[in-house]
Each structure stands twice: as C-alpha cells, then as structure tokens.
Design a protein around this ligand. Structure first.
Ligand SMILES: Cc1ncc(COP(=O)(O)O)c(C=O)c1O
Ligand SMILES: NCCCCNCC[C@H](N)C(=O)O
Length: 368
C-alpha cells in the first residue's frame, strides 16, 4: 500500500488485542461480562476483532444502539439519560436491554418496552473521578436514581440495575470498597435482581493493574447477590491502541520554537481541550530538544503541549500523538474545514489498511 497521507488515526490491532485478552481473563476468572461503551469508541472497522472478546455493546442514544446492533452484534444494552417518546419503539428494535435513567421514564415507557430486559440506572452517591465534569456523584447530578428516592416501589418492574460511578479509576482498594458499599447499601434490592452493571471507568488494562484482585471482588459480588455482573468498559478496552499520525507543516518562533502540524486539538483531540490534559507524544522519543507542538486551526490556544524530544524537528517530520482512540475519534469535527484524519488499521497479521479517507464531500454533507 502507498504511504498514507497524514493526518490519520492508526489503530493497532495487536495493541488492542492486549486489552481484549484482559477482558477475556476477567470474564473467565470472575464471570463478569463486558459490553463496549460505544460513546467512547465506535470505530467499527475493528469490531470483528473486539466481538471475539466482548459480550456486546452499550449505548447512550438510539443511533449508538443501532450501531451496536448492526456493527457489533451480540448483546446490545440501551441506556440513555432521557428517551423521547418516538425513540422508544425504535430502540426496542435494536437493543435487548433497556436501562432507564429515572423512575419517571421507567413508568412512562414501561408498557411499551415489554419483551425487553428492563433496568434502571441507580446513582449510589459515591464516585471516583479526577474531573468534576465527569464526576457521577457531583452535586445535583441528574445521572441515575438517587438512593433517597423510592426504588423499592419499582423493583418489580426491573430485573437489573446499572451503577456507573467511576472515571479512570486505577485504585483497586477504592473499587473494592465501593463494590462492597454498593452491596451493603442496596442489598435488599439486589436480591431481587438478576443482573447488575457496574458501568465503566475502571482502568484495569493499565500496566501493573492487580486484575486478580478485581476479579475476586467481582466474583464475590456476583455470588453474594446471585446476579450476572456486567462491566461497560470504554477507555479500558481501547486504551493505548491508537496513535494520531501527523506531519510538521511549519516551524515558527516566538520566544520558543513552535512546530505547527497538519492536525489540531479542537477537531482531532477534543477531549484533551475539554479536560485540560496534555497528550503524550509516542514519536519522536523523549530527548533534549524542547519544542511546542501546535495545531493548524485559528484558535490561539490550539496547542498540543511543549515537549523535550530526541530530534530537532523540521518541516516534513512525522509526529505521533499517543493514545488517541477513546473519546477522540467519536468527537472529531470539521471546525475550520480542516482535513479530517483518515482511519488506518494495522491488522493482526501486520497488514496496513486504509479504511476510510474523508474529503470535501464529507465536510459539505456535514451541514446543509
Ligand atoms: C454509563 C456509562 N458506562 C460506561 C462508560 C464508559 O466509561 P469509560 O470509558 O471511562 O470506561 C461511561 C462513560 O461515560 C458511562 O457513562
Ligand atoms: N481523559 C480525560 C477524562 C476523560 C473522561 N471520560 C469521560 C467519560 C466518562 N466515562 C464519564 O463517565 O463521563
């Protein structure tokens, strides 16, 4: 295949498979099933691989539920912060499980969703998150039924509960304590359920994570309450599998050297702008040459970061941004009309496949 023109997202199936093997291990050791959180990653060209290791997908909207049904298969969980009346019938065509966010939505649509497995999101009021924006236990949170509301009165209407209370939680002791606390807090309700989802946000594919301890906690919970446990990994499933490959288009100087690349943060790495985090560079390697790397959009603060690299950068050099699968490709946009990164996959057998290239037609059709 001829060299692919940058920018492009490069998904490496071997790296992806490393995460998927961990999911398989968790399933074997604890019995917990995993459904992919499509909100984090919906790049379906690698679903053939992911499907072999995961039990299905979970969605946050009608379109994601449809994507799960059409492109992932297996189990499709449909959760949405709120459903409009006209979405309910459609969602029931694509999903086998529907999870309501509130008691009012559950009661309103209960008759319409007979035949589906019905669940409710419950907010245990505890969480782990470094970001207020993504903290499910933030003040006045609208996500899930809070414990002081009347859950007992609707227990007979549902067979399962979804708790999503973590964001990038790599603290095993914290998660073990939280699982135990949730068990104690909802024991009588859990005894009436057949399944419980513990949501996403657990960093169990991070290097050195004590997976056996997690498996023990999951298995213990599952056995104690006689429920099928689900996990909803987004980030953990695809972490470290993907790079954004860019090229330096210009070098300018204003107190510091600044390399301007053929990509930009707001359009191609939006999550970093939202959460004020700095992406890591996977190529060139670290060294002594300090340079600011910036994007090509009109935004003054369109800056990836300042890095110390092993080589002095020149126009035409390649720069790879690390870990750009989660909450990245799903959020890419056409701001400034700038070229959209292609999607490239390095398959398990080493073949490089250009899966999708975007052009002017895609930009035009994005609006009308
Ligand atoms: C209900 C639910 N499940 C799963 C996830 C996936 O979380 P993560 O990507 O952190 O694993 C999220 C994140 O928003 C979520 O809201
Ligand atoms: N990398 C910066 C933080 C990412 C937060 N992820 C947001 C989604 C999350 N799963 C949530 O629950 O909101």
């Amino acid at each position: 295949m001829p060299p692919v023109r940058t920018p492009y997202y490069l998904i490496d199936e071997i790296k992806l498979q490393k995460n998927l093997e961990i999911l398989r291990f968790i399933r074997e050791q604890s019995g917990a099933k995993s459904v992919l959180a499509l909100k984090c990653f919906s790049t379906w060209c690698v679903f053939d691989l992911m499907r072999q290791y995961m039990d299905g997908a979970t969605s946050s909207s009608l379109f994601e539920a449809r994507l799960g049904h059409e492109k992932f298969g297996k189990e499709v969980h449909a959760y949405s912060v709120v459903y409009s009346a006209d979405e309910i019938d459609a969602v029931s065509q694509f999903a086998d499980k529907i999870i309501f966010n509130s008691i009012s939505q559950l009661k309103r649509f209960y008759a319409q969703v007979q035949g589906m497995v019905i669940g409710l999101r419950v907010n245990p009021g505890i969480s782990y998150s470094h970001f207020d924006l993504a903290d499910p236990a933030r003040k006045c949170c609208r996500l899930g039924v809070c414990s002081d509301q009347d859950l007992d009165s609707v227990a007979d209407m549902i067979s399962g509960i979804m708790f999503h209370f973590n964001c990038e939680n790599d603290d095993i002791e914290n998660i073990i304590a939280a699982i135990e606390q949730i068990g104690n807090q909802y024991a009588s309700l859990l005894e009436k359920m057949t399944w419980v989802s513990l949501g996403g946000g657990i960093s169990f594919t991070q290097e050195g994570y004590p997976i056996e301890k997690l498996c023990k906690a999951l298995k213990g919970f599952s056995e104690k309450y006689a429920v099928q446990v689900y996990l909803e990994p987004g980030e953990a499933a695809i972490s470290q599998s993907t790079e954004l490959v860019t090229t330096v288009l210009d070098i300018v100087h204003n107190e510091v050297d600044i390399a301007i690349v053929d990509s930009f943060v707001e359009g191609h790495l939006l999550d970093h702008l939202i959460y004020r985090t700095t992406p890591k560079i996977s190529f060139p390697r670290p060294g002594n040459h300090r340079i600011m790397i910036a994007g090509r959009s009109c935004l003054a603060g369109d800056i990836f970061g300042t890095y110390d690299l092993e080589t002095k950068l020149n126009v035409g050099d390649e720069i790879r941004i690390a870990d750009t699968a989660g909450y990245t490709m799903v959020k890419k946009n056409w701001f400034n009309g700038l070229p959209m990164p292609s999607i490239v996959v390095r398959r398990l057998n080493g073949t490089i496949e250009l899966v999708r290239r975007f052009g002017y037609e895609d930009f035009v059709n994005n609006l009308s």
